[in-house]
Design a protein around this ligand. Structure first.
Ligand code: GRF
Length: 201
């Protein structure tokens, strides 16, 4: 059985989507640890309720590399095959990315490469796009720049504000994240440069 470690900083609804997929035997593996840099993150409660070890590690007062090395150590200790960032509000240092090459996923609330970085839904509204969406990508050493595993388009509707658009995109995130995790865990895709090619494509 392949193993997953999930990093969260807040609400943890994507973590919940992964937990729910695991319950339905649709994740292709088992979530063995959840780590948060925020003590009060709702994601930690969701993990505990699901019986998953849930740990808090404070990043404050530490160099980025020092904090990242701590998290890498925890993930290795739990024998994690795949790391899922799920609303983890920290940029990863090269130390972290190189510890799990091609084995870190992130979910982003826009159709990358549009609107990378923070406030992606706000960026989409300000730009006036008619379609945005959700992306799951492999994490490389840039920000939201790694190879794309899965995307789903979401319409931007007249009258949308950040909250309504974010809610619509979130539903897409919850659909594509478990599917992307399964694809990787089952080894049903390969990476060629920037492209992730799923089996049969
Ligand atoms: C999601 O919109 C995700 O795309 C972004 O942060 C948000 C996290 O939400 N990276 P949740 O904590 O999974 O509910």
């Amino acid at each position: 059985m392949k193993t997953v470690g999930v990093l969260v900083s807040g609400r943890g609804s994507n973590l919940q989507a992964l937990i729910d997929a695991q319950r339905r035997s649709e994740l292709g593996g088992e979530i063995v640890v959840v780590v948060s840099n925020v003590l009060t993150a709702q994601g930690l409660d969701r993990a505990r309720r699901a019986g998953i070890p849930a740990l808090f590690r404070d990043h404050r007062g530490k160099a980025r590399e020092e904090f990242d090395a701590e998290i890498v150590e925890i993930l290795r200790h739990h024998g994690v095959d795949l790391v899922c960032l799920a609303g983890f509000m920290r940029l990863l240092s090269p130390v972290f990315v190189r510890a799990f090459p091609g084995r870190i996923l992130n979910v982003h609330p826009a159709l990358l490469p549009s609107f990378a970085g923070r406030d992606a839904q706000r960026q989409a509204l300000d730009h006036g796009v008619k379609v945005s969406g959700a992306t799951v990508h492999i994490v490389d050493e840039g920000e939201d720049s790694g190879p794309i595993v899965a995307q789903e388009a979401v319409p931007v509707l007249p009258g949308d504000g950040v909250e309504t658009l974010a809610a619509r995109i979130l539903e897409a995130e919850h659909r594509i994240y478990p599917r992307a995790v399964r694809l990787l865990l089952e080894g049903r895709c390969r990476i060629e440069g920037r492209r992730v090619i799923a089996e049969g494509e």
